[in-house]
Design a protein. Structure first.
Lengths: 60, 525
């Protein structure tokens, strides 16, 4: 199960509201994590590098 | 001795400036020949008040202004030459003053309080006279996002002004950096309930651990790291964001890609009503200003988009709402309030492409930054596009993706619930937004239909067709998503929409009733 699949199946299905099973939640969160984590880590790494390189410039 | 209150009338900005200069001359006991071009800020304040329609002013003398008293105690009281400790406030009104009316009779007139436009405070320092001032933002068709309502008491009359506090550096206790920090802190003090240091406290905090020059007079300004410390000491999360690379220095400018990123990053904070300090590197030396809003152009000159790669090898573009923002609005202590920041240096003014870094006044309980939230939400949106368009050709997929505009902002949960209570959104979405456990602040990625989004310049357009809510206190990808809603009937053949509600206890999938696009979160605030 993926988040996108769940969204579309919910819209098209016959069930108005349902609780998602723990296994489905686990699969979706794993998918989200695999998609999102590398980019977030890249942003944080860039942030660390940028501050290390910052020159002590004075603002007047 | 001159009376404590006096009423003056004027027909235009020039006449107003004459009256203000007359008052300042009296206050400083120095004639204008001692003055300097730093009076640009004072004249800009007068121009702004006149542009708002000011026709009369009440001059309030012998004011004990707490910010100037702090500057006085820290510096001016130690000078051999006399410097007064009192200030003068000029309160502006749109309602004209009839001839020979007394100031009290004028203030007691029924129409006068509602015509109040704010005030400027004149310090007894002729070189840099504009102390803590608040002039209304109402004349601007632009979006001044970082503003608040400030009560003012004058001779027993309660007045109110909505605006963004402004101050000129005094070039002794503080430089541009302190002035920018003061303006940002004072803007959010009431909303956040945090400290708003006076200029002397800002200088103290900034130079507590790192000193580069004399602290008093502080003519050498502050470094980026000192600014960060001042922001931290006031209770905010110090989050410097750099846009230029390691070689960025005075007179260099951001590349097109860097500039586009800077605009996107700033947009999220400004839309969240978070004043953001900008560290500029113009050719003449470092400078700091504070971003408080933006303009809106319903016909974007240049689209600011992000490229996303789908797993089947297709690259799509996602259009960012900053495309409709030609300029950010800044308070610049050395030239005035509510000014437009040029995008590039071609005009010879301060410009966005000179920005080395930004420091938003990020609340201390926000752990997921705007940049992280945008990346997070975009990845989720890409997965939706991927699934929705899997039967489409490359061209169809690109066209599908480019019908949307994304906008990111941080909202208090109370605003989200208030929006849900008033919005025409599907009843299932309304119910969950009002009842679901939410953290105090939530990152919201709004999905708009592009054709509808362009109408936001004139009216509160109904353009919202989906959203992704992220936990601003979450920094783990597995748990930060709170909710995702797609009003699929608004942009696909589906008959129903879909809402996924994620909590630590359980996840719920909800089929939502068809509804038209609705007004975005902030517009119903």
């Amino acid at each position: 199960m993926t988040l996108a699949k769940l969204l579309l199946e919910t819209a098209q299905g016959q069930v108005k509201e349902r609780t998602i099973s723990p296994d489905e939640v686990k699969a979706i969160t794993r998918e989200i994590s695999e998609r999102v984590t590398p980019d977030i880590e890249e942003i944080r790494e860039q942030q660390r590098r940028a501050l290390e390189d910052t020159k002590p410039v004075v603002l007047l | 001795m001159h009376p404590r209150l006096a009423l003056v009338s004027f027909k235009d900005s020039t006449e107003l400036q004459e009256r203000v200069v007359e008052e300042l001359t009296r206050l400083c006991a120095r004639p204008p020949e001692f003055w300097s071009p730093r009076h640009l800020s004072l004249l800009a304040c007068c121009n702004h008040a006149a542009a708002l329609g000011a026709k009369a002013a009440v001059i309030q003398r012998r004011v004990q202004d707490s910010d100037f008293l702090a500057e006085f105690n820290a510096y001016y009281s130690r000078q051999f030459a006399h410097v007064g400790q009192h200030c003068v406030r000029i309160h502006f009104f749109r309602e004209p003053a009839p001839r020979r009316i007394s100031v009290l009779k004028y203030l007691d007139r029924r129409k006068v309080p509602s015509s109040y436009l704010g005030f400027i405070t004149l310090r007894p320092v002729s070189q840099t006279p504009v102390g803590g001032s608040i002039i209304g933002d109402k004349s601007a068709p632009e979006f001044v996002r970082c503003a608040d309502e400030f009560p003012v008491h004058l001779a027993g009359v309660e007045l109110s002004v909505r605006g963004t506090p402004f101050m000129q550096q005094d070039n002794a206790v503080g430089a541009c950096a302190q002035a920018a920090i003061w303006m940002a802190l004072r803007t959010v003090r009431k909303r956040e309930g945090t400290r708003a240091h006076d200029p002397a406290q800002i200088t103290d905090a900034a130079t507590r651990f790192s000193v580069t020059s004399r602290i008093l007079p502080n003519r050498a300004g502050l470094t980026l790291l000192q600014m960060i410390e001042a922001v931290r000491s006031a209770g905010y999360s110090p989050h410097p964001i750099t846009f230029g690379d390691a070689n960025f220095s005075f007179g260099t400018t951001l590349t097109g890609v860097q500039l586009a990123r800077a605009a996107r990053v700033l947009h999220a904070y400004v839309e969240s009503a978070i004043p953001t300090l900008l560290v500029l590197y113009p050719a003449g030396g470092g400078h700091a200003v504070v971003v408080i809003g933006h303009t809106f152009n319903s016909d974007p000159i240049q689209i600011n988009d992000l490229s996303l790669s789908l797993s089947r090898g297709v690259a799509i573009k996602v259009i960012h709402a900053v495309s409709w923002v030609p300029n950010f609005i800044i308070h610049n202590d050395n030239s005035g309030p509510y000014l437009l920041l040029d995008r590039d240096t071609a005009g010879g003014n301060y410009a966005l492409d000179q920005t080395f870094a930004a420091i938003p006044l990020l609340p201390a309980d926000v752990f997921l930054t705007g940049e992280e939230a945008l990346s997070f939400a975009l990845n989720l949106w890409a997965s939706v596009i991927e699934r929705t368009t899997e039967q489409m050709t490359f061209e169809e997929t690109a066209a599908f993706s480019e019908q949307f505009v994304i906008r990111l902002l941080l909202l208090d949960k109370s605003k989200i619930r208030r929006w849900a209570a008033r919005s025409d959104i599907s009843p299932e979405v309304r119910r969950h937004l009002r009842l679901q456990d939410l953290p105090r602040r939530v990152w919201v990625l709004e999905l708009h239909l592009k054709d509808h989004y362009s109408k936001h310049g004139q009216e509160n357009a109904a353009s919202l067709v989906g959203f992704i809510l992220l936990d601003s206190t979450g920094d783990d990808a597995r748990s930060a998503m709170l909710m995702i809603f797609l009003n699929l009937p608004a942009f696909t053949p589906h008959q129903n929409g879909s809402l996924i509600v994620a909590s630590s206890v359980k996840w719920t999938a909800v089929q939502t009733t068809k509804c038209a696009p609705v007004q975005p979160f902030r517009d119903l605030d």
